[in-house]
Design a protein around this ligand. Structure first.
Ligand code: SAM
Ligand code: SF4
Length: 364
C-alpha cells in the first residue's frame, strides 16, 4: 500500500493522510528515502544556510503559543541597534553564508518600518547585493512590504501557522489583529510584489488533526508557495497554550517524540508533493532531538537556519522552552552545523544564495 502511494506521480489528499499516519519504522524509512531521492533529483545533495538574526523581541501581538507574546511580562525585552545587526550580517557575509534571515516580533509603527528599511539598505550596500536577505517580521501593509522589497529584501517568510480556521481562532486572541484572512491576504501581497514567498505551519498543536496537516500541505500548493519553514509546536510554559498542554499531559517525552516525528513526516510528504521548493529543517526540530536538523535533511529539507544572534540576546528570544544553542556563539554554531551536514553526506552551498528553484521555474 505505502509502496503504491510512493510510486504515484500525484498524491491525493487521502494519500497524504496515509503517509502522515505512518508509524512502522520500515515504512517510515521508505517515506524518508523517497523524499530524499526527490530532493536529490530537484535540488542535489546540498544544503544552504540562512544565518538567523533575531533582532528584537518586542511584539504587538499575543499569539497564545509564543513565548515573546505581548502579554508575557516575564520577558526581558530588547531591540538591537543598527550597528549590532550589521555586525552579525558582516559576520555571515565574511563566513560565506549565502543569506541571512532578519526576524523579530511584529511591529508596524513608523519608527520600526523606517529602521528596518535603513538596515536592509545598509546590508545590501556593504555586501554589494551579494548576501541574500529573507525577512520574517509578520504582517505588514502592502506598501511596507514593497518598501522593504525595494530596499533589498527578496524573500519573505510568513507562516500561516494552521489552515484550520477554527484552530487558528483557538490559538490566537479573537480580535482583528489576529485574523486568518488578513494573513492569507499578506501572502498574496508578498507574491504580487515579487518576493520569493515562504510559509509554514506548526505541527502537533493541541487538537490539530492529521487531516488538518494534509490540508496545510495542499494549501502550500494552492498558494504556489516557494519556501516552506515549518516545525513542531513546542511548549512554552508561560503561555496559554503551553499551560493547557501541560495540564492535558501533552508535554511528556512521548508526546515530544510524536511531535518530532510528525515534523519529519511533514517535511518528507511536502517534499514529495511539492518537489522543487526550499524546505527548512528548523531549530525547533533540534529542540526536540539533538540530531533533529540532520534528520530533517535526510527527510528532504535543504535549508538550515543557524542562529547567529549575538550571545547576549539569545536567551531573551525564547519562543518555546529549551531553545537549543543559547550558550553558543556564531563561530561555534557554524562549525557544529557544517560538521552535521557533512555527516549526512551533503555539502554546504557556501557563498551561494540557494534560491527556491520553484520560484525561478515560475518566472520562465
Ligand atoms: N513575529 C513574526 C511572525 O509571527 O510571523 C516572526 C517571528 S515568530 C517568532 C516566527 C515563528 O515562530 C512563528 O511563525 C511561529 O510559527 C513560531 N513559534 C512561535 N511560538 C512557537 C512555539 N511555541 N513552538 C514552535 N514554534 C513557535
Ligand atoms: Fe509575536 Fe510572532 Fe510570537 Fe505571534 S508568533 S507573538 S507575532 S513574535
Amino acid at each position: 500500500m505505502i509502496d503504491e502511494i510512493l510510486n504515484k506521480e500525484e498524491l491525493t489528499k487521502d494519500d497524504i493522510i496515509e503517509l502522515l499516519s505512518i508509524e512502522k519504522e520500515e515504512e517510515l524509512n521508505k517515506l524518508f528515502e523517497k523524499a530524499y531521492s526527490i530532493k536529490e533529483k530537484y535540488i542535489g545533495r546540498i544544503s544552504h544556510y540562512r544565518g538567523l538574526i533575531e533582532f528584537s523581541n518586542y511584539c504587538i501581538k499575543d499569539c497564545n503559543y509564543c513565548g515573546i507574546r505581548k502579554s508575557n511580562s516575564l520577558v526581558d525585552r530588547f531591540a538591537m541597534n543598527k550597528e549590532e545587526i550589521l555586525k552579525m550580517a558582516k559576520w555571515a557575509f565574511d563566513n560565506e553564508y549565502g543569506s541571512i534571515t532578519l526576524q523579530s516580533g511584529e511591529r508596524t509603527d513608523n519608527d520600526f518600518v523606517e529602521f528596518v528599511t535603513d538596515v536592509i539598505k545598509s546590508i545590501k550596500e556593504f555586501t554589494n547585493g551579494k548576501l541574500g536577505m529573507t525577512l520574517c517580521m509578520g504582517e505588514q501593509t502592502e506598501e511596507v512590504y514593497k518598501k522593504w522589497f525595494d530596499a533589498g529584501g527578496h524573500r519573505y517568510l510568513l507562516r500561516i501557522e494552521t489552515t484550520n480556521q477554527d484552530l487558528y481562532k483557538n490559538i490566537h486572541p479573537k480580535d482583528e489583529l489576529h485574523s486568518f484572512n488578513k494573513r492569507v491576504e499578506c501572502l498574496k501581497s508578498l507574491k504580487k510584489i515579487g518576493y520569493q514567498v515562504g510559509t509554514g505551519v506548526m505541527m502537533g498543536i493541541p487538537n490539530q488533526t492529521i487531516e488538518d496537516l494534509a490540508n496545510d500541505i495542499i494549501f502550500f500548493k494552492d498558494m504556489d508557495i516557494d519556501m516552506i519553514g515549518m516545525g513542531p509546536y513546542i511548549v512554552h510554559k508561560d503561555t496559554p497554550i503551553g499551560k493547557y498542554a501541560i495540564e492535558q499531559g501533552l508535554d511528556t517525552d512521548e508526546h515530544k517524540k510524536k511531535r518530532f516525528l510528525l515534523g519529519l513526516k511533514m517535511i518528507a510528504v511536502t517534499r514529495i508533493f511539492l518537489k522543487d521548493v526550499n524546505i527548512a529543517a528548523t531549530t525547533a526540530l533540534q529542540a526536540l532531538d539533538p540530531l533533529g536538523r540532520e534528520k530533517g535533511i535526510k527527510a528532504g529539507a535543504n535549508i538550515l537556519m543557524p542562529i547567529i544572534t549575538l550571545e547576549d540576546y539569545r536567551e531573551k528570544y525564547q519562543l518555546y522552552d529549551n531553545k537549543p544553542c543559547i550558550d553558543d556563539n556564531a563561530d561555534k554554531c557554524k562549525n557544529c552545523l557544517t560538521g552535521r551536514v557533512m555527516s549526512v553526506g551533503e555539502k554546504v552551498g557556501f557563498g551561494e544564495f540557494g534560491d527556491s528553484k520553484h520560484f525561478f521555474k515560475n518566472l520562465r
